[in-house]
Design a protein around this ligand. Structure first.
Ligand code: TYD
Length: 210
C-alpha cells in the first residue's frame, strides 16, 4: 500500500492534537501502520531546535526563529517522514509547513515567497497529501487553552492581533489536499468529517471501520 502523509493544522486551541490521536486510532483499526509526529520535534536535532524555538526566554530575530523551525523540519523529513512513507506507512503530523506560513509569515511578517522557498529546501519538496485545517475563533482557542491550564510557550503569549493574523492565514490557505474543518464542532463530529476527507483522498484498508 502506498504511504500517505496527513498534516493537522490550525491555530492555538483548535483541537489538532486530539484529532491527530483519534485519526491515528482509526487508521490503526483500519489495518494501517501509523507514524505520529508533532512539529517541531521528533528527532534529537528537532527536539533541540524545539526547545530554543518555543522556550528560549530571549527575543530572537524573526529569521533565526524561522530557521529553527526549518532545521527541525528538515531533520524530521529526512530521518522519519520520508522513510515511513517509503515503507508504505501513514504519517500523521501535528503541524507542518502551513504552520510556518501562518506563524512566521502572517504572524511574524517574514516574506512569503522567500519562506516558501526555504521551506522547500527543508522538506526537499515533500508536501502532505492531505492538510486538515481546523478553524476556531481566537477567543475560543484561548479559552480552551486556559481551561486546560496549558503552560504558555513564546507564541501563545503573543497578543490577539498576532493570533488573528495567524487565523486569517489559515482561513485563506488553499491548494492540493487542503481541507477546512469547523473546529468548534464536537470532537466526534470533527473526527467524522476528517475521516471522510481521508477516505476520499486515499483508498485505505478500512477493515472493521466505516
Ligand atoms: P505546541 O505546544 O507543540 O503545539 P500546539 O500549539 O499545537 O499545542 O507548540 C508549537 C508552537 O510552535 C505553536 O505555537 C506554533 C509554533 N510553530 C511555528 O510558529 N512555526 C512552525 O513552523 C511550527 C511547526 C510551529
Amino acid at each position: 500500500m502506498p504511504g500517505l502523509f496527513i498534516a493537522v493544522e490550525g491555530p492555538e486551541g483548535a483541537g489538532k492534537t486530539s484529532l491527530a490521536r483519534a485519526l491515528a486510532a482509526r487508521l490503526v483499526a483500519g489495518g494501517r501502520q501509523v507514524v505520529s509526529v508533532r512539529e517541531p520535534g521528533g528527532t534529537p536535532v528537532a527536539e533541540a531546535a524545539r526547545k530554543v524555538a518555543l522556550k528560549f526566554p530571549h527575543k530572537m530575530a524573526p529569521a533565526a526563529e524561522l530557521f529553527l523551525f526549518l532545521a527541525a523540519r528538515a531533520d524530521l523529513v529526512e530521518k522519519v517522514i520520508r522513510p515511513a512513507l517509503a515503507a508504505g506507512q501513514v504519517v500523521l503530523a501535528d503541524r507542518f509547513d502551513l504552520s510556518t506560513m501562518a506563524y512566521q509569515v502572517a504572524g511574524g511578517g517574514l516574506p512569503a515567497a522567500a519562506v516558501a522557498e526555504a521551506n522547500r529546501l527543508a522538506t526537499t519538496g515533500l508536501v502532505p497529501d492531505i492538510t486538515l485545517v481546523l478553524d476556531v475563533p481566537v477567543d475560543v482557542g484561548r479559552q480552551r487553552q486556559r481551561a486546560a491550564r496549558k503552560v504558555q510557550d513564546r507564541f501563545e503569549r503573543q497578543d490577539d492581533a498576532f493570533h488573528r493574523r495567524v487565523l486569517e492565514a489559515y482561513r485563506r490557505a488553499q491548494g492540493p489536499g487542503v481541507v477546512h474543518l469547523d473546529g468548534t464542532q464536537s470532537k466526534q463530529a470533527v473526527l467524522d468529517a476528517a475521516w471522510r476527507e481521508v477516505l476520499a483522498a486515499a483508498p485505505l484498508s478500512t477493515r472493521g471501520v466505516s
